[in-house]
Design a protein around this ligand. Structure first.
Ligand SMILES: C[S@@+](CC[C@H](N)C(=O)[O-])C[C@H]1O[C@@H](n2cnc3c(N)ncnc32)[C@H](O)[C@@H]1O
Ligand code: SF4
Length: 382
């Protein structure tokens, strides 16, 4: 099984904390959509005929595209790839774009999962985060998505950022207790972000570590109380509502990344597209006008890293241990070999026994171990 990620590299306004690639100039939108369609076509063999189980439109702001433009790309994928009968097609959505008319048109497309970037239900938090939407739009977007039968809904919230108190965090979480899936991200303070500059210059105060831990503990108890399954560090869902797309990243599945800055992985190498809309468009224009359609020889828009078995094993350990399922011992034996399994068992003897559960089929972390997931994974690396 494989996944396709399509990156929509536009945001009308850059949020103060964000480091994902996007441009505010949307004058290239039409050209970019054409180029995305070209890339889908030219890279149709990348997944080696593996069945596509998920398509994910991420950003940037995919909802800056019209629903029929999104459907055009879905149609291209449908016509070129082998598809699962139960394909999950997710669209990341910004609340200010989700008007009733927009959602109505979206409901006529093949999108069957919406992931709305709410972050907070407080206007002053949204201002701190540099979000373009209001708290009212955040609430309305959820009601509208439900009205138009998006029954596989995911909401993004953030915590640990300046100005978010425990009381506000409790309020934010309780607003979404009936949603199928929630992603709760602790703020990563990106060095290149405006928020980092503001904190560095004393304009905003960073949240003390003990308050962030308190917010995390509340999140865990909230999830238990409302029967959310904590299936990955930042992800929680009601039964059967895991994100199939993100789950495949953590289980070593193949994925094809389309668009500027998108990453691809085929178990032999990882490659990533240039983070520059103009250069991305120009490259494909030149390619189409040349007689040689060979993508492989080019390193202008793609950078590529060949992965050794050690690198792949380390990556698998790192990502799978962050999930509730942990890493599969059968999978390690089949895909990496017996010596890796032996290495894993040996290294485990250096780790506190209450940090993990080792069964005949898997290695998982306990709730206590989860707090040290990165350290434990690094201790198991080859
Ligand atoms: C890349 S964004 C794309 C979704 C959409 N553009 C939006 O922002 O609503 C996906 C999510 O990543 C999270 N995120 C982005 N940068 C982050 C950071 N520096 N720290 C924590 N979470 C972050 C936000 O919660 C955001 O909703
Ligand atoms: S968080 Fe989302 S809307 Fe904000 S800049 Fe990043 S990608 Fe764009």
């Amino acid at each position: 099984m494989a996944g396709i990620y399509i990156h929509i590299p536009f945001c009308l306004q850059k949020c103060s904390y964000c480091n994902f690639y996007s441009e505010s100039d949307i004058s290239l939108k039409d050209k970019l959509i054409n180029t995305l369609l070209t890339e889908i076509k030219l890279r149709a063999s990348y997944l080696n005929n593996e069945t596509v189980r998920t398509i994910y439109f991420g950003g940037g702001t995919p909802t800056l595209l019209l629903p029929n433009e999104i459907q055009q790309m879905i149609d291209a994928v449908f016509s070129l790839f082998q598809l699962s009968d139960e394909i999950e097609i997710t669209l990341e959505a910004n609340p200010n774009n989700l008007t009733e008319e927009y959602i109505k048109q979206l409901s006529a497309t093949a999108i069957n999962r919406l992931s709305i970037g709410i972050q907070s239900f407080y206007d002053n938090d949204l201002q701190t985060l540099g979000r373009i939407h209001t708290a009212k739009q955040a609430e309305e977007s959820i009601l509208l998505a439900q009205k138009y039968h998006f029954n596989n809904l995911s909401i993004d919230l953030m915590y640990g950022f300046p100005g978010l108190t425990l009381e506000k965090w409790k309020y934010n979480l309780n607003k979404i207790k009936n949603i199928q899936h929630i992603s709760c991200y602790q703020l990563t303070l990106e060095k290149k972000s405006l928020l980092y500059q503001k904190i560095k210059n004393g304009i905003l105060l960073s949240t003390p570590e003990d308050e962030i831990i308190e917010q995390y503990h509340y999140l865990i108890s909230f999830a238990k109380k409302h029967h959310f399954i904590h299936y990955e560090t930042s992800n929680f869902c009601q039964e059967n509502f895991e994100s199939k797309h993100n789950t495949s990243y953590w289980q070593d599945a193949l994925y094809l990344g389309i668009g500027p800055s998108a990453h691809s992985y085929n178990r032999e190498s990882r490659q990533w597209n240039i983070s520059d809309n103009k250069a991305y468009i120009t490259f494909f224009e030149n390619l189409l006008s040349s007689e040689d359609y060979d993508l492989k020889g080019e390193n202008v828009v793609f950078e590529k890293e060949i992965l050794t078995t050690d690198m792949r094993f380390n990556e698998y350990i790192m990502t799978s241990l962050r999930t509730i399922w942990g890493c599969s011992l059968d999978y390690i034996q089949q895909h990496f070999g017996k010596s890796y399994l032996k290495h894993l068992r040996q290294q485990l003897s250096n780790i506190q026994p209450d940090f993990y559960i080792l069964s005949p089929s898997s290695l998982r972390l306990t709730e206590k171990g989860n707090l040290f997931a990165d350290y434990i994974a690094a201790s198991l690396f080859v």
